[in-house]
Design a protein around this ligand. Structure first.
Ligand SMILES: [Zn+2]
Length: 305
């Protein structure tokens, strides 16, 4: 709750950062401060963003239907027919991120203040060696093959608005055993940050879709992830479910919020039964635990605009 209050404050602080219409074609290479302007009513095309404005956070923006969206000068798709766009900020997001919407030769921009976060160092020991430092050629080949499957699953950009559902937690109860973004040391070997939110729960605990979406990957036996499911909730906002003991969905299935997609397990690189819940948007790793509150708040604020 504390984190959310901070995000709302940042929204209030940057809501007036609306740029005048511009024909400029080249996006800025670096984040620049918002241009000086009078506090008059915003001109079309408008742009308003709200949500969890933190490293690893997710937010929603509203702009003209079909407007082209740019994040820090980089193309990030288009607003849908209702003007909604989902955006996210990675673990290393800078203190300020410029979002721009372009439509009909005009543009609107907002400078979002992104709250920094502290990340802990977490040691995990007792993992099977071939899941930490694989050397077996057959294992390496399998990892390469599975990386392709994941790439295909991440490439999805579903045209749906599941991200407006207001996310629920995928399992009831359980104990949080790993926070998102922690620096990891696996069997003594420094590893990449942990981009999951780990909830320990008994094997067989039902896992539910947090929001509507389309399944883009469902594989019962991945080397690292074990039973793995990806769901695209629209515009490539993808949630992932790792180490599952059972899968109840197949790639291509359209799921509704709350639908059981499988069950908690300890398959793949896991020390015990838990759900490793992950989120991703356009190559950026996001923190799903923040998205639960961030998306609901963002929708409520922007829908009343
Ligand atoms: Zn995890």
């Amino acid at each position: 709750m504390k984190r959310l209050a901070a995000a709302v404050l940042f929204l209030a602080a940057c809501a007036a950062a609306e740029a005048p219409p511009s024909e400029t074609a080249a996006p800025p290479a670096v984040v620049s401060p918002p241009p000086a302007e009078s506090p008059s009513a915003p001109q079309p095309p408008s742009l308003a963003c709200a949500g969890a404005l933190t490293q690893g956070g997710v937010a929603l923006c509203r702009a003209a239907p079909g407007a082209e969206i740019f994040i820090a000068g980089e193309s990030a798709g288009r607003a849908d027919a209702n003007g909604w766009t989902v955006i996210g900020f990675n673990r290393e997001a800078p203190a300020s991120v410029r979002v721009e919407a372009r439509a009909g030769g005009q543009s609107a921009a907002q400078e979002l203040a992104i709250a920094p976060r502290q990340f802990d160092i977490q040691r995990v020991d007792g993992l099977p060696p071939q899941t930490v430092t694989p050397t077996d050629p057959a294992v390496l080949e399998r990892i390469r093959r599975e990386a392709e499957l994941k790439r295909a699953g991440f490439a999805s950009l579903a045209q749906m608005e599941g991200f407006l559902d207001g996310f629920i937690l995928p399992i009831e109860g359980g104990v949080v055993t790993g926070r998102w973004g922690n620096q990891r040391i696996l069997n003594g070997v420094p590893s990449t940050p942990h981009f999951g939110y780990d909830i320990a729960a008994p094997t067989g605990t039902p896992v539910r879709a947090p929001a509507a979406g389309v399944v883009t990957l469902a594989n019962p036996d991945m080397h690292y992830e074990g039973g793995l499911v990806f769901i695209d909730h629209g515009q490539g906002l993808i949630t992932m479910y790792l180490h599952m003991s059972r899968l109840d969905v197949a790639a291509g299935d359209v799921v509704t919020q709350g639908q059981v997609i499988g069950a908690v397990g300890s398959s793949g690189r896991a020390t015990g039964p838990h759900l490793c819940w992950r989120m991703r948007w356009r190559e950026r790793q996001l923190d799903p635990s923040i998205a639960v509150e961030g998306l609901a708040t963002a929708r409520a604020q922007l829908a009343s605009n």
